[in-house]
Design a binder for this molecule. Structure first.
Ligand SMILES: *Cc1c(COP(=O)(O)O)cnc(C)c1O
Length: 413
């Protein structure tokens, strides 16, 4: 196990970090230790000017001509192609559109329609709520479909001849556990099912090789590790071999083969275009483009190595500096089995999260009892993790979290 280092040792780790210069790509408030980039990525320095340029230099100047002149109409495919190398996909297998929830609806439905003899949508209990709710919504609108849940450890054995699609989240939002993408994909396909991976807590933080794992379908978020801003457009991936065989149930005009032919009958567009629905949100796309710029010149191998190093340090700190404080590590210790956040359970996780925020350490709370600390390799330094642990140790030793002010609950946790 990593021994808890002193500050000089931690500073030496940061000095040797190949990504140390990337932090200047972000406008982080002075003195804040931000460990929530897995929920809302930090603001890139260039985002305000990029949005202003789109608003004033394009919309305000060229108005509707901008759809052609500034390539607005191709933004979904252009941004998809930029996300593709971060997740091991080909550039024509990813497109940016809608929200992760809407993309789940499109792809789960399309997968079910492609598997007419199979009735089960198989997923994990405790999956991210929207994934479960959307699966339930698909089952409600398609005849004779049902949602079945099975713990991840028993998933491979549960996939059978009735399984239409397996819907799994690669890195669990609460526990930080990372599933075996290659193994579960192979198990699904061996039983004739499709697999859909939700990469919301993976893209931009952990190694993802959709092509190498022969994955069928995937979706993911633009506002977490991709730094696209609050409510940023999401992405979806369909393996080339499935693109012409799947039909989106949201047959909007932007997914039509010829949107400006204005015909009365829907005809799906070629490739990923058919998974678009309505007019792309260009201002959100401009912010997402600036978010993706923060990965410019960055090797994903360096991102992954740093994520692991930060995670090892955080786990060592929680176990060694906060021993006896009542925390239970819920994230796997094995770096191959965890994503880029670390979670601990504690009966007073909410109050502790509030005491940390009051001291400039921003993590978050996930009901009922989880304190979650996110590690974003582009801007989290080892020193941030070290200071956060020292502050947490102080909060626990002094029992500062018992201050009644920290017991009040907010709407968004
Ligand atoms: C964050 C997250 C989402 C978010 O979906 P939205 O439609 O953007 O609200 C979906 N799935 C998972 C696994 C997530 O972590």
């Amino acid at each position: 196990m990593t021994r808890w280092p002193d500050l000089a040792q931690v500073k030496a780790m940061d000095a040797a970090d190949p990504l140390r210069a990337c932090r200047t790509r972000f406008a982080l408030p002075e003195g804040l230790i931000y460990l929530d980039g897995n929920s809302l990525g930090a603001l890139p320095v260039d985002t305000p000017t990029r949005i202003a340029a789109t608003v004033e230099g394009q919309w305000g100047t060229d108005l509707i001509a901008s759809w052609n002149k500034h390539g607005w109409i191709d933004a979904p495919a252009r941004l998809g192609a930029r996300i593709a190398p971060l997740i091991g996909a080909a550039t024509d297998e990813v497109i940016v559109a809608d929200s992760t929830s809407a993309n789940l609806f499109k792809l789960i439905t399309a997968a079910c329609l492609a598997q007419p003899g199979r009735s089960t949508i198989l997923t994990e209990p405790g999956n991210f709520p929207t994934d479960l709710y959307i699966a339930q919504g698909v089952a409600a609108v398609l005849p004779e479909r049902r949602v079945r849940t099975m713990p991840a450890a028993e998933m491979a054995a549960a996939i059978d001849g009735d399984t239409a699609v397996v819907v799994l989240t690669h890195v669990h939002y609460k526990t930080g556990a990372m599933l075996d993408m290659a193994g579960l994909t192979a198990a699904a396909q061996a039983a004739g099912a499709l697999i859909l991976w939700d990469l919301s807590h993976s893209a931009g933080a952990v190694a993802v090789d959709l092509g190498g794992c022969h994955v069928d379908l995937a979706v993911g978020c633009g506002y977490k590790y991709l730094n696209g801003g609050p409510g940023a457009p999401a992405f979806l991936y369909v393996a080339r071999r499935w693109q012409e065989r799947l039909r989106s149930p949201m047959t909007g005009w932007m997914g039509h083969d010829a949107p400006f032919g204005f015909g009365d009958e829907y005809a799906p567009g070629a490739g990923m275009k058919r998974f678009l629905c309505g007019t792309p949100p260009i201002l959100g796309m401009a912010a997402l483009a600036a978010g993706l710029d923060t990965f410019e010149g960055v090797a994903m191998t360096d991102v992954v190595a740093k994520s692991r190093s930060l995670g090892d340090l955080l786990i060592a700190g929680l176990e060694q500096r906060c021993a006896g404080a009542g925390f239970t590590l819920v994230t796997p210790r094995d770096p191959d089995a965890r994503g880029s956040h670390v979670s601990v359970a504690h009966d007073h996780a909410w109050e502790i999260s509030q005491a940390l925020i009051a001291r400039g350490v921003v993590g978050d709370f996930r009901a009922p009892d989880v304190l979650r600390l996110g590690l974003t390799p582009l801007y989290t330094a080892h020193e941030d993790v070290w200071r956060a642990v020292e502050i947490l140790a102080e909060v626990m030793e002094s029992e500062a979290w018992r201050n009644p002010a920290y017991a009040e609950r907010a709407a968004v946790t």
